[in-house]
Design a protein around this ligand. Structure first.
Ligand code: AGP
Length: 619
């Protein structure tokens, strides 16, 4: 969702801010803006639309983005806004300037008591230029700044925060203190990047890894004051806090397209590499190691049930995890969409382990669900991609997926990496519980280690899928049908198709079709059937026949070992053989490629689909 960048240092500040905002575009937004202090003047440029339009507006206003020019800007902040309070418009875009022009504010999150604060400020004579909750913060800070004899912007921010109820990553630029930036954080991520004679802030590290790898993930209720040479972090009372500088392992190339037309294509091509990076280092001498997560027989015997919470694609990975853990460990598992979990009355106590799955580590629904599980006494193990993210820090233990930055809104490689972690967890638990003998345990490890090569083989045949998409992208409706693990695979790939191509798409359990949905099948309906489980072949062939006789065009995705089986499909795509338990990891890739090309042929903005944000930090 919204993105923040801030910079103080000798480089061209506008160049840093606008490049940073471009990098954060993937988070999803509808307007953008910058504010900076040049020659002692507080400047503000903001626009509805994309960063490209903001760049043009900055150039038209006569400011240079060229690094070779001397930087006359003492400090700057920038923002991409994903509208919540007030429609996308120039006025509602951030930064927001306070009424007397003293300061500008950018904000991610929601100020819940903004209406009450607005009434208070109006009584004090403040006039508002936007409909946003953020403008209230700008006016309130200015109000307290005016009351403050020492004219200390840090003190004014801390005082205003006492009145603000809600969540925020807030960054403030004050014309009277042109060499300082103040940031505050509660329930929204903000990262400090420490350079030499320069400092950065951003919503995530991708916006700064080109310049520095030394970062501090700010904690809730911390206040950061930075100049180009100094960093001071306090709590809301102004007392210094201890903080840790961490080194980012991601490299700058990982946020570039690297010759691919879209990040999504690049990220699908990274799947072999990132699966290997997630799985291989955790397998040693015939055993699986889950870093600092203590898994011994005594611990496992104390776990009576497992609870999985996640949203969207991560939830679909969780469904596969449920299947695996129940099958291999014989422990009851419930997998719930995080936004529903918080309204449920789950059977959870200290004998429950909760697995929390999130690429971004910032999804608010998932965070809230994790909080509830903890309150009920459950231990938590998070499977997270973004290092240092909130869920990673708030969970009892974390297992990182080694997917690197995922920029495309449609999650592909992170899903495959999440599966990697879930297979490791299920196998380890089963072995520790004595449900999986050494021979079978090592057999499955070996199967996992062969996945990267097999993913490569699928990528080499991507033009077969492309060809199919090139003649079917005009369909109005697509159904994905599968049974068992293939049903979860269908759920995930149906989501992928709808989110990037806007084609209506549903996933159905093969056996459910005849209970109603088959009424929707007609001439020209497209049906995609992953069939990877040996004992489900004949059942799925019956499903294919049912839809084919009603006019559907059927694409089947099957392993090589089914080569002699006749299916009534129109086209079949073959994936390499593997143990059928591992098939979801291979089966998803051709379906992702299919969704990608359907969207490309339809002319959709693949990496930035309409209405979607990469990291969903509102409920
Ligand atoms: C995936 O393609 C989606 N964009 C979305 O469903 C996503 O998986 C979901 O919002 C969860 O995000 P998270 O993994 O960052 O928590």
């Amino acid at each position: 969702m919204c993105g923040i960048v801030g910079y103080i240092g000798p480089r061209n500040t506008l160049g840093i801010l606008l490049n940073g905002l471009s990098t954060l575009e993937y988070r999803g937004y509808d307007s953008a803006g910058v504010s900076f202090i040049q020659d002692g003047r507080l400047e503000l440029i903001k626009k509805k639309g994309y960063v490209k339009e903001l760049r043009e507006a900055v150039a038209q206003a006569g400011f240079t983005l060229d690094d070779r020019h001397t930087n006359r800007i003492s400090a700057g902040i920038g923002h991409t806004r994903w509208a919540t309070h007030g429609a996308p418009s120039d006025e509602n875009s951030h930064p927001h300037m306070s009424m007397n022009g003293k300061l500008c504010v950018v904000h991610n999150g929601i100020i819940e008591n903004y209406a009450e604060l607005r009434r208070f400020l109006k009584k004090k004579g403040y006039v508002f230029a936007s409909e946003t909750d953020t403008e209230v913060a700008a006016q309130l800070i200015e109000y307290y700044y005016g009351l403050n004899d020492n004219k200390d912007i840090n003190a004014a921010v801390r005082r205003a925060l006492k009145d603000i109820v809600g969540s925020y990553a807030l960054c403030v630029l004050c014309v009277d203190e042109p060499d300082r930036l103040i940031c505050a954080k509660k329930d929204n991520p903000i990262v400090l990047g420490i350079g030499k004679g320069e400092n950065f802030i951003a919503s995530d590290v991708t916006a700064m890894i080109e310049y520095t790898k030394d970062v501090v993930f700010l904690e809730d209720n911390w206040i950061l004051t930075m100049t180009k040479d100094s960093v001071e972090i306090t709590d809301v009372y102004g007392d210094p806090v201890e903080y840790k500088v961490e080194a980012v392992v991601w490299d700058a190339d990982s946020v570039q397209k690297g010759g691919y037309a879209h990040f999504m294509m690049k990220e699908m091509h990274e799947e072999p590499k990132i699966f290997e990076a997630t799985v291989e280092p955790r397998i040693k001498d015939g055993d699986i190691y889950l870093e600092h997560f203590p898994v011994d027989e005594e611990y496992m015997k104390g776990i009576h049930n497992i609870n999985i919470i996640a949203c969207g694609t991560a939830f679909h990975a969780g469904c596969v995890g449920k299947y695996l853990i129940e099958k291999l460990c014989r422990i009851p598992v419930v997998c719930t969409v995080a936004s529903e979990f918080i309204y449920s009355d789950p059977i959870i106590d200290e004998h429950t382990l909760t697995l929390v799955i999130s690429q971004s580590g910032e999804t608010l629904d998932t965070r809230n669900a994790m909080k509830k599980a903890k309150e009920l006494g459950s231990g938590t193990l998070a499977i997270v991609n973004v290092i240092g993210s909130t869920i990673a820090r708030e969970a009892d233990n974390v297992l990182y997926t080694a997917a690197g930055p995922e920029i495309s809104v449609a999650s592909t490689k992170a899903y495959v990496a999440q599966l990697g972690c879930l297979y490791l967890i299920a196998l380890k638990f089963a072995h520790v519980l004595g449900k999986l003998d050494k021979e079978k345990y090592e057999y499955y490890q070996n199967e996992l280690l062969q996945i990267p090569d097999k993913l490569e083989q699928i990528l080499r045949k991507q033009t077969d899928i492309q060809r199919f998409a090139s003649t079917h992208f005009n369909v109005e409706s697509t159904f994905f049908i599968g049974r068992g693990l293939d049903y979860f695979l269908s759920m995930e790939t149906s989501l992928k198709l709808k989110e990037i191509s806007y084609i209506h798409s549903e996933a159905y359990a093969g056996g459910e079709l005849k209970h109603g949905t088959i009424a929707l099948i007609e001439d020209g309906t497209l049906v995609v059937c992953p069939i990877t489980q040996d004992d489900l072949v004949s059942k799925m062939e019956s499903n294919i026949k049912e839809v084919a006789t009603r006019g559907a065009t059927v694409l089947a995705i099957v392993p090589e070992r089914f080569r002699d089986i006749k299916f009534s499909c129109d086209v079949r795509f073959t994936i390499p053989d593997c143990d059928e338990l591992m098939a979801p990891i291979l089966g998803v890739l051709p379906c992702q490629i299919f969704a990608y090309y359907m969207a490309v042929y339809k002319g959709c903005d693949v990496d930035k689909p309409r209405n979607l944000a990469k990291s969903v930090t509102v409920e």
